[in-house]
Design a protein around this ligand. Structure first.
Ligand code: SF4
Length: 266
């Protein structure tokens, strides 16, 4: 009898502990979601207020994007990401249209003509690779973002999209495997950090839509290609014309899915 009791007690304790840990994890997740919702709401109020006060121009959108970027938390120390690592720069990047406009304006004003020609050539090559708003096209063809420089750095690091700022990994080997195998790979990451960084893009999309703009998530490189080819699209969009439809991100679905998913350590 006593032997049974000795064996049974730790099992019951283990179950209780697992149950408690699960509940703690769920409560933590709910708190995280609430904080994100509050942060998102406050950011939307700030953006709408700034646009109402200063007007909706590329300069104002640029200033707001810069302020948002300053609010992004530093990458956690545990992240394996660093200079010269660009596995994730071979995946499709989604942005809001204000980000597109600001980034296009920034690099058009700064890059020398020869670099602009090189960029245009890279964009043209990518255009032949397939549908640039389809994430599988990127992964299956191992397409590099045209903004990767020779040292595997980012040519537009200071103004890169929020999606690029959000993307991180706690284990570089997983990123390499995803690239090499073109297969679904679970990337260990901090989901809360990711969502908290991506929310600026989402806020741009929502607030601009509320203000009557044709606002949705676009493929970053497809959108940039359109602007490089026809810079006047920026002003047309600011006049509320629906000009970025071809860059709209396709609904993900039937096709073979090979992009990474993330496992979390909130
Ligand atoms: S914009 Fe920069 S960070 Fe983003 S995918 Fe391209 S090279 Fe990488």
């Amino acid at each position: 009898m006593s032997a049974h009791l000795i064996i049974a007690a730790p099992v019951a304790d283990n179950e209780k502990n697992m149950d408690r840990r699960q509940k703690q994890k769920e409560a933590q997740h709910r708190r995280g979601q609430r904080l994100l919702a509050i942060q998102s709401q406050n950011t939307a109020i700030q953006l709408a207020g700034a646009l109402d006060h200063f007007g909706i121009t590329k300069a104002v959108l640029g200033w707001v994007m810069n302020e948002f970027a300053k609010s992004v938390l530093p990458l956690p120390d545990e992240a394996a990401c660093g200079a010269g690592c660009s596995w994730c720069c071979h995946l499709m990047v989604e942005t809001s249209i204000p980000e597109l406009l600001v980034i296009h304006e920034a690099f058009s004003a700064q890059v020398p003509p020869e670099m602009m020609i090189a960029l245009t050539t890279r964009l043209e090559k990518l255009a032949h690779a397939g549908e640039l708003c389809d994430e599988d096209t990127w992964s299956l063809n191992q397409l590099p973002c045209p903004f990767i420089d020779e040292a595997n750095g980012c040519l537009i690091y200071a103004v890169r999209p929020f999606a690029c700022r959000a993307h991180h990994s706690l284990e570089m080997e997983s990123c390499r495997r995803g690239y090499d195998e073109k297969a679904p790979v679970l990337i260990p990451s901090f989901p809360l950090y990711r969502r908290n960084t991506e929310l600026y893009s989402r806020v741009f999309i929502n607030v601009m839509e509320e203000k009557g703009f044709a606002s949705f998530s676009v493929g970053f490189i497809k959108g940039i290609s359109m602007l490089v080819e026809k810079p006047e699209l920026a002003d047309a969009w600011l006049q509320k014309e629906d000009v970025f439809g071809p860059a709209r991100v396709r609904k993900r679905g039937a096709a073979l899915k090979i992009s990474p998913s993330f496992e979390g350590r909130d």
